[in-house]
Design a binder for this molecule. Structure first.
Ligand code: PGA
Length: 251
């Protein structure tokens, strides 16, 4: 892990929990405050229905909250959508944009993801911009080129003045229990860093690059120690406080 960048571990609860998950949040808060202070910034991205509770309950133990998506517009006639400003109003400090599940389920393009990241920045949020290749793209040796193209069009120019976070999530590793090898992760993160440095002279070296996709208590230590892996985006293993705490402690 690059020492000058403080690591960040974000839990993505997806559409998997209801209010009962607030008990897991309380358990996690207890673990985080009873032991040594965590070395990582800890973020939970719950469903919007409990975002406000997560933001307020988490605040006492240093857990920050994030949304899972936002609209490109600040307001308007968009039934069912949530603006970045609304997430901020509910207490969020982060928002995931361009997760592969949204790209797949809602046909989100890189241009839309970029507009969402801009909207997030406009509302004072830090966007967690997701990129990643399919299994076929990796098998055909295109993974780095695909991710480079996604980065070029998904990250707004405003990243030179504002904080954005990149999450590299190989689609075939999400929820499957499979991960790239350590060498493959290292190569991809180095390639992302080179691209960020080339495009954002000032901010490039400071942008966090998270790894996501079957990050678990069993593999967290090894993956989070890789150069240019500045934390993780965790799905399944963030649902249980014990597992998520083990990952946070692996930093
Ligand atoms: P996973 O999901 O940890 O369950 O693989 C990661 C993600 O989708 O962010």
């Amino acid at each position: 892990m690059t020492t000058t960048i403080s690591p960040l571990i974000a839990g993505n609860w997806k559409m998997n929990v209801m209010r009962g998950a607030l008990e897991e949040l309380a358990a996690l808060a207890g673990m985080l405050t009873s032991g040594e202070a965590p070395r990582a910034i800890v973020v939970i991205c719950p469903p919007a229905t409990i975002l406000s509770e997560v933001a307020h309950q988490g605040a006492t133990s240093g857990i920050q909250a994030g949304g899972q998506d936002c609209h490109t517009q600040a307001q308007g006639a968009h039934t069912g959508d949530i603006s970045a400003g609304m997430l901020a109003d509910a207490g969020a400090q982060y928002v995931i944009v361009g997760h592969s599940e949204r790209r797949a389920d809602h046909g989100e393009t890189d241009a839309q993801v970029c507009a969402k990241a801009e909207a997030a920045i406009g509302a004072g949020l830090k966007p967690i911009i997701c990129v990643g290749e399919t299994e076929a793209q990796r098998d055909s040796g295109e993974a780095e080129a695909i991710v480079a193209a996604q980065l070029a069009t998904s990250i707004p120019d405003a990243a030179n003045q504002h904080e954005v976070i990149v999450a590299y999530e190989p689609i075939w590793a999400i929820g499957t229990g499979r991960t790239p090898t350590i060498l493959e992760i290292a190569r991809m993160h180095d390639s992302i860093r080179e691209q960020l440095n080339a495009r954002f002279a000032e901010k490039g070296p400071t942008i966090r690059i998270l790894y996501g996709g079957s990050l678990k208590p069993q593999n967290a230590r090894e993956i989070l120690a890789v150069e240019n892996v500045n934390g993780g985006l965790v799905g399944g293993a963030s649902l249980l406080a014990k597992d998520f705490y083990t990952i946070i402690s692996a930093v």
